[in-house]
Every structure is written in C-alpha cells, then in structure tokens.
Design a protein around this ligand. Sequence first.
Ligand SMILES: NC(=O)c1ccc[n+]([C@@H]2O[C@H](COP(=O)([O-])OP(=O)(O)OC[C@H]3O[C@@H](n4cnc5c(N)ncnc54)[C@H](OP(=O)(O)O)[C@@H]3O)[C@@H](O)[C@H]2O)c1
Length: 250
Amino acid sequence: MMVAMRIAIAGGTGTVGRRTVTAAQEAGHETVVLSRSHGVDLATGKGLVAALRGADAVIDVTSIATLNGARAVEFFTATAKHLLAAAESAGVGHVVVLSIVGIDRVPHDYYAGKLAQEGVVAASASPWTILRATQFHEFAAQMFDRAKAGPLHLAPVARVQPVAAQEVAERLVALAAGSPQGRVTDLAGPQEERLSEMVRAFARATGHRGWIPALRVPTRQMRGMRAGGVLPGPDADRGRQTFSEWIAQL
Ligand SMILES: NC(=O)c1ccc[n+]([C@@H]2O[C@H](COP(=O)([O-])OP(=O)(O)OC[C@H]3O[C@@H](n4cnc5c(N)ncnc54)[C@H](OP(=O)(O)O)[C@@H]3O)[C@@H](O)[C@H]2O)c1
C-alpha cells in the first residue's frame, strides 16, 4: 500500500519540475514547491529551512540557463550545499537529485556543474538518491528558445536519446517515495535522435516557418555530445514515448 508523503520539489516550476509536482499529487502525495518565484532561493539558502519543515523527501530539479562552466559549477555547488544543509536541519530523510547521463564522459561547461552537484551530494551525510536521465524531448523546445543568433533560430548538431520529461518526473516521484539508494539505473529514451532535426521538428510543429541552419557549436560540451558522449549505456532503462510521439501530441 502506498504511504502518502510530503514531498518538496526544488525547481517545481521548471520543465521537469512542473510534471514532478503533478505526478506526486496524482500519486497521492502532498507537495511543496521550492523556487525563487515561491520565495525560496537555493543559491543563497533564503527561505529553505522553513519551506522544508515537515517534508519527508525533497527532489532537486533546479537548473540555470548557462553554458559557462564556472557559473554552472558555482550554481550547482551552492544550491546542493544549501539544500543538503537545510534538509539536515529540517530533518528531511531523503534527498533525490536529477542528473544527466554521460556527464563524466563530457565533464565540461554546464555538465561540469552537474558533476560538481553530484560530488557534493555523494559526499554528504544525508541519505540520497541520484537518477541520471538523458535529454528530455522538451530539450528541443529549450534549444529552439535558447540557441539563437539575433532573431535567427539555430539547430545545434548533437547525438541524443531523448526521454519524455513526464516519464522522468514519474520515476523521480517513485524514487522519492522509496528508500535512499545512492546512484540508481540511468533512464534514457527509446531511440537515438539528431538534436538538429528535433529542433526543426519542434519549430514546424509550433508554426515556425523560417530557415533554421544547423550549427556545430564549438564548445567542449557540444563537441562531446556530437561524439556520442551523452548516449546511454546498454544497462540504462528505456522510456516508452518516442520523440515523434511527443511531437504529435503537442
Ligand atoms: N532539460 C533537459 O533535457 C534535462 C535532461 C536531464 C536532466 N536535466 C536536469 O533536470 C533539472 C531540471 O532541468 P529543467 O530543464 O527542467 O530546468 P528548467 O526548466 O530550466 O527549470 C529550472 C527550475 O529551477 C528553478 N530555479 C532556478 N534557480 C533557482 C534558485 N536559485 N533557487 C530555487 N529555484 C531555482 C526555476 O524556478 P524559478 O525561476 O522560479 O526560481 C525552475 O523551477 C536540471 O538539474 C537539469 O540538469 C535536464
């Protein structure tokens, strides 16, 4: 029988965070959202201990929109330290963190921040679980919005195996409801896709008619992604929904 819990979701207004809040509520749990728009800042710790009081578990799906390695390391180190310290003072028994497949093969730029976050969590005394997932289908939308040169949208070239953010959200809730497990099996999508084609398909599906040139982004992270560094290994769990199925239901 499922035991209803109080689950805090840091980043609960974001792409996977919103879905995590809904998935937790649909599973019968009570939720509390930790984000700046809800008066809680993980980068400074403001409001954190008070918001975590009474929570049984906390899921961290915060993010920063940066490609700069130093900024990413600073953000993910500070947010992880503040979250773990606050979880300990508030007596939260389980910290669940979402990370990304392949960050140790491509430890650069944004992924340097994710690796630093994992390091802080793994070294902490708090009971923890880390799930690594591949890029979301929704990554196509995030890239469409963020990869731009002036008004021109760009389609970065990379090899990815995207998974539905909804399925990642459901997995995070199931993990939070269980015991702390350390690193768990990675979660990937059902098949490999080309990121540039995903961005173009998203653009077409949402009514964009302009030319979207492919771009080989000259950063170490994107070079690693072109080389297949963030594709899942053979042991990863595979999600159900394909990218085309996701596009078809937009
Ligand atoms: N996107 C992907 O394809 C993908 C794939 C695998 C794993 N991940 C991981 O999943 C996590 C979530 O990614 P996402 O794409 O869903 O993020 P997102 O849509 O960019 O949302 C980021 C969330 O973080 C919150 N946030 C940002 N700064 C904060 C701060 N200082 N204090 C409190 N909350 C803060 C934001 O809310 P406010 O602005 O209100 O503060 C928002 O709720 C990240 O750790 C990412 O590395 C992402």
